[in-house]
Design a protein around this ligand. Structure first.
Ligand code: NAG
Ligand code: NAG
Ligand code: NAG
Ligand code: NAG
Ligand code: NAG
Ligand code: NAG
Ligand code: NAG
Ligand code: NAG
Ligand code: NAG
Ligand code: NAG
Ligand code: NAG
Ligand code: NAG
Length: 663
């Protein structure tokens, strides 16, 4: 066969030493941080801008305050260097806030649902360096305010923060990612990097979990408590790092949050140990009947059916991305272990009042994934029962809860509400029985968008970045790339660039009107501005836009999809490293329909490539990049060819190029 073009090997990927696109990485390059700019100042403060360096000099005289901006959301322990004081009774107070909205010289934003947190006071009786006690490490703040509350003067020469997120990574390596992403839409690139950074800020020293000093004691509906005490000194997991829900509150292990954060971490930092430490901490407090906790220590015991299932999803995800069979086996050694927890008896224990679509979709999902895990463990004795249970759930849900007229599932059989969570989960879990349902759910959800994102109608006045992450996946599974990209630009664009946000990390939730009020919290200052459950775009962009998908445990099989539909966009690329090695894919499309793809996968894996649909007659040359001429595949595509899947590709780096052929 005559080839239409010859590939130029020199033009193909040569990896640079530095990680490509690392200029987008928000993580600091050093643990020693100073403010980037002064935010505002009042009272008599000389030369306040000087504290943006380590050798400043700013004199506070009488009642005065200055707020500083670190440019991005950070976390850490503050140290003040004092050069001189007028007398022994001088104090400098410090307050912190994630959002510019709560910058105050009187209090912090809040770690509990009880108004604001108390000011951190330093009695600066002599010139020296003062460092906050370890339990006063602050997680999640972009703004820091220094307050002087008396007559007399204090000269401050530096206001420094020792950055504490990613405690188990080398001081100079916090920004050393294992994956990257690039698309020719800068907003979506920034969304990807802000998501990766959000998950880093939610990775903390396990001895610095939130002590929940006031939980169930005070809240702002029954108390006018101000200046509330807070400590971060509860040990929440074993190991030297933990993945928690949020950087400020709750700073605890929550399995639901992990369901979104884990794949995002795999494609950016591959920080598997923090995931393991957090999962282990949930199994460590598993109840006698096998019930897994709603949240990790020290959160009070609450029965949650869905969070039990989310913990099992965490185990399944861990196995998918690492393939560590020994870790999976460790959960099955005693009678209250995972596999028993997914037995039919356990499911029945959790039957709900109504047949709720979200719960049943998650149940279906974990049932089908539980079967994969059982097969991996050679424990097939119970899998036939699980298959029966799963199919029963699917049949009943579609019979009882599908509303053909609306093209959505209702929440349960006694209510007309059509929820965002249950409909998205039904698609993600493959509870649907035909692709028309998937497209109709995608379209119905998209028709609800407000200028601030997708409302969760099942919750009171809430936009949930968590459930919206599942909706995002729904649009990709409906193969509507236009809807998925539009949704990310709308909702994650708002969450990234609105001036009240940190412009570097993603928020826990907010109102459908765009107000920073998240329905479950009485106190708006408590909202978390760095929440791992808001980071779905990371895995979605890498898996669906750049198109590298891991299909089986331990990344043994993969699929490169090219880019399903770049729309007006012309290039998408991503790469990430797992324990088996390095995966990469890059697709470029020109205006005339010509495209090139380059992709690579590590030794010991095999996969398939799905060539994009084409609009003209032509052919594809697929060449292995190991210099072996025998590994050349030529595929002829007709003008009306849809996506073509080629399976069983041997390991290596490949390049494909397609050109239209004039007939
Ligand atoms: C809270 O702290 C601020 C600043 O120190 C102070 O003005 C205010 O009186 C305090 N409120 C209470 C209730 O203690
Ligand atoms: C300043 O604040 C500290 C800490 O709350 C307090 O002990 C001190 O009395 C205050 N000084 C004045 C003059 O209010
Ligand atoms: C992290 O990356 C920086 C910049 O490439 C490099 O100087 C540093 O040595 C790396 N740190 C580690 C621990 O690999
Ligand atoms: C946490 O810090 C507070 C305030 O210093 C202290 O009273 C408490 O005992 C500490 N808790 C632990 C577990 O260290
Ligand atoms: C750490 O592991 C030990 C042994 O499994 C367990 O007893 C302990 O409760 C764990 N601690 C935490 C905080 O998870
Ligand atoms: C499941 O539980 C039963 C009854 O407690 C026990 O006999 C069996 O060994 C357990 N199986 C696993 C895999 O832990
Ligand atoms: C259906 O959901 C609604 C709203 O959540 C709830 O009030 C109702 O009790 C549920 N129906 C049943 C049978 O549980
Ligand atoms: C399952 O069985 C296969 C084939 O006998 C074996 O290679 C594999 O190690 C077994 N896996 C486990 C987890 O025991
Ligand atoms: C499967 O279901 C049947 C019928 O409900 C039950 O008798 C059997 O014990 C179940 N098997 C397992 C392995 O759970
Ligand atoms: C979803 O279910 C259908 C059967 O209705 C099946 O053909 C398909 O493979 C499933 N998809 C996935 C991703 O498991
Ligand atoms: C898809 O499945 C739903 C639920 O069973 C059914 O109502 C609908 O008619 C089906 N649509 C098509 C096009 O098959
Ligand atoms: C994809 O979504 C867009 C935007 O929501 C919509 O206009 C379009 O009709 C959808 N396409 C398909 C094929 O459903």
């Amino acid at each position: 066969m005559k080839l239409l073009l010859i590939l130029s090997k020199a033009a193909l990927i040569a990896r640079a030493i530095a990680m490509p696109y690392d200029e987008y990485i928000l993580a600091p390059r050093s643990r020693t941080l100073h403010p980037v700019v002064m935010h505002n100042t009042n009272g008599s403060v000389s030369n306040p801008e000087s504290l943006t360096s380590s050798t400043g000099s700013s004199i506070f005289d009488g009642n005065a305050a200055t707020s500083y901006d670190f440019g991005i959301n950070i976390a850490g322990v503050v140290s003040l260097s004092i050069a001189s004081v007028s007398d022994l009774s001088q104090y400098i107070g410090v307050t912190f806030s994630e959002s510019s909205y709560w910058v105050s010289n009187a209090s912090y934003d809040a770690t509990a649902d009880a108004d604001k947190d108390e000011t951190l006071w330093f009695h600066v009786a002599a010139p020296r360096r003062y460092t906050a006690p370890p339990e006063k490490e602050r997680g999640g703040f972009r703004y820091m305010t220094l307050v002087h509350n008396s007559t007399g003067t204090v000269e401050v020469t530096s206001a420094e923060v020792h950055y504490t997120a990613m405690p188990h990574w080398e001081d100079d390596a916090i920004a050393n990612y294992t994956g990257y992403f690039h698309y020719d839409d800068e907003l979506l690139d920034r969304v990807w990097y802000a998501g990766a950074y959000t998950n880093q800020l939610c990775t903390i020293d396990p001895t610095h979990g939130d002590a929940l000093v006031h939980i169930r004691k005070i809240n702002s509906s029954v108390s006018d408590a101000t200046n509330v005490t807070w400590y971060y000194n509860t040990t929440i997991t074993n190991g030297t790092s933990s993945l928690v829900d949020g950087a400020k509150p709750d700073r605890l292990v929550w399995a639901g949050d992990m369901a979104i954060a884990v794949p995002g971490i795999v494609v950016s930092t591959n920080d598997v140990i923090s995931i393991e430490n957090s999962l282990n901490s949930l199994f460590d407090i598993q109840g006698t009947g096998g019930l897994l906790p709603y949240a990790g220590r020290p959160f009070p015991s609450v029965v949650s059916f869905t969070y039990h299932l989310y913990t099992l999803i965490g185990v399944a995800d861990h196995y998918l991305y690492t393939g560590y069979i020994a870790y999976l086996q460790s959960f099955c050694v005693d009678s209250s272990g995972l596999m028993n927890a997914t037995s039919s008896a356990d499911w029945l224990c959790f039957s709900m009042g109504g047949h709720n679509i979200e719960e049943n979709a998650i149940l279906y999902y974990i049932n089908t994934h539980g079967i994969e895990l059982a097969v991996a463990l050679n424990d097939t004795s119970s899998t036939s029962n699980w298959t029966i249970i799963a199919e029963r759930i699917r049949a009943s849900a579609n019979e009882l809860l599908w509303n053909e007229e609306a093209g959505m599932y209702i929440d349960n059989e006694t209510i007309a509400l059509m929820p965002q969570d249950g409909n998205s989960w039904a698609v993600v879990a493959n509870l649907t029985v035909n692709s028309t349902q998937v497209q109709r759910i995608s379209a119905a959800l998209a028709s609800r968008w407000t200028p601030y994102g997708a409302p969760a109608l099942e919750a009171a006045d809430a936009i949930s970045p968590f459930i919206s992450g599942l909706e995002l996946q729904t649009h990709f599974l409906a193969e509507n790339t236009t809807a998925a990209l539009g949704f990310m630009r709308l909702q994650w664009g708002f969450m990234l660039d609105d001036p009240r946000m940190t412009n570097s990390t993603f928020i826990e939730g907010y109102s459908t009107t765009g107000e920073l009020h998240y329905a479950p919290y009485l106190n708006n200052a408590r909202n978390s501005h760095a929440h791992g459950w808001a980071t779905r775009p990371n895995s979605s962009l890498t898996f669906y836009v750049a198109g590298i998908q891991l299909l089986s445990a331990g990344n043994k099989t993969w699929r490169v999809t090219g880019t399903p539909s770049l729309g007006e966009l012309k290039i998408a690329e991503a790469s990430f490293s797992t324990n088996v090695g390095f995966f990469s894919a890059k697709t470029q499309i020109s205006n005339d329909g010509t495209w090139t793809m380059e992709f690579g996968a590590p030794q010991g894996t095999s996969g398939e490539v799905k060539l994009p649909a084409v609009g003209c007659v032509g052919q594809v040359l697929l060449e292995e990049q190991n210099g072996n001429d025998e590994d050349v595949l030529v595929v002829v595509l007709a003008a009306d060819a849809g996506p073509v899947t080629l399976g069983g590709l041997p390991v290596g780096k490949w390049a494909a190029r397609y050109e239209c052929r004039s007939e």
